[in-house]
Design a protein around this ligand. Structure first.
Ligand SMILES: Cc1ncc(COP(=O)(O)O)c(C=O)c1O
Length: 400
């Protein structure tokens, strides 16, 4: 979707739109239907003839012959709202916007507390995280009224903040208390907690020196979509991996990750896998990867150039019991070649979102008999059991 706000000049006429639009997309061309150029295959459909707004769906094709639908709504007049009316419009937007996710509670250091009104779950436009990407984030799963691996995620969150040169507005214990209280207020017993530290609101400059103070935000989300354990396909990412300095911190700069995920989806896959600058297997856009060799060794890329996944690190600990019972012959963390990965018996994705998910195909390579691998399944069972009844070090009770 392209909105007029994404263009640099105010646009009043179709010709201005076209000029701006083609400026924005290198090697792209767009023409409306009634200006069709035979042989070039460009089309435009106007889908609405109401006085305002007018909705246009543009089909554009770039020089690689990839087609994209561009949905542009022509705005002829702009209403002006009072603060109260704007909040009401936000509430209506939230209510009509069909989502599988419910936003149950939000903490913001800007208003210094927690709200359960989704219309008030907003952050300031001038926050350095919004207009310069100067923020870090992390998550934790909520399972049966416990926060899973909260302290491990919190440690990584604070390490990321240090690397991004963001001072913390409160000490670690206070941040932890705020996060737990936000989950408690949400009454959510199964869902996820997401939280951000940013350089805070300021003056829209590149330097954060004009930001008043760092900001902390947190939100509790209940996801109603069904989780699946079905084996999935992955592809090799053509989007460049972040350099190690940026890959090891969980900053809000996820554009490469988003493009990589989109590339996978465009090719019928679930995720695209990055190789590092030396060609070794790295990670997925929001998950780590691991393999089980034909000799039943668990292999995982080491974490010096990628994000140190809390779930992957926990899997390494839990996998030791599979070594003890003889299901695995050993565990190795190191440099993994593409050949080692593709010749493995099993491949899996590991992360807070996917937990442990079997990969049945990587590019053209099918693993084993093309079915979910047994070791992957055993590791998934171990992590789910750990979430439900693991030790105190990984389960923080939420006092509701
Ligand atoms: C780039 C990247 N790698 C790996 C992971 C997995 O980390 P975790 O298990 O802590 O969720 C994530 C999680 O979001 C990620 O974004």
């Amino acid at each position: 979707m392209a909105s007029f706000s994404s263009f640099s000049k105010p646009i009043s006429k179709t010709s201005d739109f076209l000029a701006n639009f083609t400026d924005c997309l290198p090697n792209s061309h767009v023409v409306p239907r009634n200006l069709s150029l035979p042989g070039l295959g460009f089309r435009c459909f106007q889908t609405g003839f109401v006085e305002r707004p007018v909705r246009n769906i543009w089909v554009v094709r770039n020089s690689n012959q990839n087609e994209a639908l561009v949905d542009s709504t022509q705005i002829l007049d702009v209403p002006v709202f009072s603060g109260f009316e704007a909040i009401e419009r936000l509430r209506t937007f939230q209510e009509t916007y069909k989502s599988k996710q419910l936003f149950l509670a939000m903490y913001s250091s800007i208003f210094g507390g927690i709200t359960t009104d989704p219309a008030a779950m907003v952050i300031p436009m001038d926050d350095h995280m919004v207009h310069r990407g100067h923020g870090v984030f992390d998550t934790a799963a909520i399972m049966d009224g416990y926060l899973y691996e909260l302290d491990q995620h919190l440690d990584r969150f604070l390490r990321s903040a240090t690397m991004a040169k963001i001072n913390i507005p409160f000490d670690r214990e206070s941040i932890r208390r705020i996060l737990i209280k936000t989950v408690s207020v949400s009454k959510c017993r199964k869902g996820s907690l997401r939280y951000w530290l940013s350089a805070g609101p300021g003056d829209f400059q590149l330097s954060p020196s004009g930001c008043h103070r760092p900001a902390l935000y947190a939100i509790v989300i209940q996801d109603q979509s069904q989780s699946s354990q079905k084996g999935i396909k992955v592809v090799t990412s053509s989007i460049p991996i972040k350099t190690p300095q940026f890959a090891v911190m969980k900053s809000v700069n996820y554009l490469p990750n988003v493009l990589s995920k989109m590339e996978a989806e465009e090719n019928g896959g679930y995720a695209a896998i990055w190789l590092d600058s030396d060609g070794f297997i790295a990670e997925g856009p929001n998950m780590n990867v691991a393999f089980v060799t034909k000799e039943k060794e668990l292999l995982m890329p080491h974490f010096d150039k990628i994000l140190s996944g809390c779930t992957a690190r926990r899997v390494l600990v839990l996998a030791e019991c599979l070594v003890r019972e003889g299901t695995l012959q050993g565990i190795r963390v190191g440099n993994l070649t593409l050949e080692e990965g593709k010749n493995a018996d099993e491949m899996m994705l590991i992360g807070s979102g996917v937990l442990v998910r079997s990969v049945v195909q990587w590019d053209e390579q099918v693993f084993g008999d093309g079915k979910e691998g047994p070791v992957t399944q055993a590791l998934l069972n171990l992590i789910v059991e750990d979430m439900k009844s693991g030790p105190d070090s990984v389960r923080v009770p939420v006092p509701y």
